[in-house]
Design a protein around this ligand. Structure first.
Ligand SMILES: O=c1ccn([C@H]2C[C@H](O)[C@@H](COP(=O)(O)OP(=O)(O)OP(=O)(O)O)O2)c(=O)[nH]1
Ligand SMILES: [Mg+2]
Length: 164
């Protein structure tokens, strides 16, 4: 029951109306779930126990396969708590789950901690899935691009100090 004193989370009023068909390849584990109303990421669980030595990576199964509607993509993002506490991230963050993919969603975890191993147990929430619409582009070749203020500046061209 939400606390009456709390302002509702942004987006909490939005009824989730996008249905995504999910097959649980491992019926012992739950479907992806949002921790709070309005959250963008639905947590994914590992189906296996796994220990990652410092610097080690592993492709970890989630026990889920989905059929995303046309025009949608699901992005596999790291969880910030695991990153902050253990240096655990995802090698290819964010992972891209294409709408036509019917295989098991997997998470390519990596332990960035220089010293400590990370142990995850079956059922632990290891990543989060963000479902988004995307645009499919038509790449049209031209000889010269339209000018812009940024131009070709990048890779730190604006520096790091506060701008005046
Ligand atoms: O973190 C991820 C990333 C990808 N996939 C699945 C879904 C995705 O649709 C498929 C292919 O991913 P991607 O296109 O990133 O990999 P690729 O190396 O380009 O493989 P492919 O040649 O199969 O496209 O693998 C996952 O389960 N988890
Ligand atoms: Mg690909």
């Amino acid at each position: 029951m939400p606390d009456a004193h709390l302002t509702p989370d942004p987006g909490a009023h939005l009824e989730p109306d996008l249905e995504i068909a999910v097959v649980r390849l491992d019926p012992g584990l739950p479907l992806p779930s949002y921790a709070h109303p309005g959250d963008a990421g639905a947590d994914l669980h590992t189906t296996v126990d796994v220990t990652l030595a410092p610097g080690e990576r592993a492709l970890v199964p989630t026990g889920l396969s989905v059929a995303l509607p046309e025009g949608y993509v699901a992005l596999v993002h790291p969880r910030s708590g695991l990153a902050a506490r253990h240096g655990l991230s995802i090698v290819n963050t964010p992972g891209t789950v294409d709408a036509g993919y019917r295989g098991e969603i997997k998470v390519l975890l990596i332990n960035h901690d220089p010293v400590e191993a990370v142990t995850l147990s079956r059922g632990d929430r290891i990543a989060q899935l963000v479902v988004q619409r995307f645009e499919r582009a038509r790449f049209v070749e031209v000889g010269v691009l339209p000018e812009s203020v940024r131009g070709a500046g990048g890779y730190g061209s604006t520096g790091t100090g506060a701008r005046p």
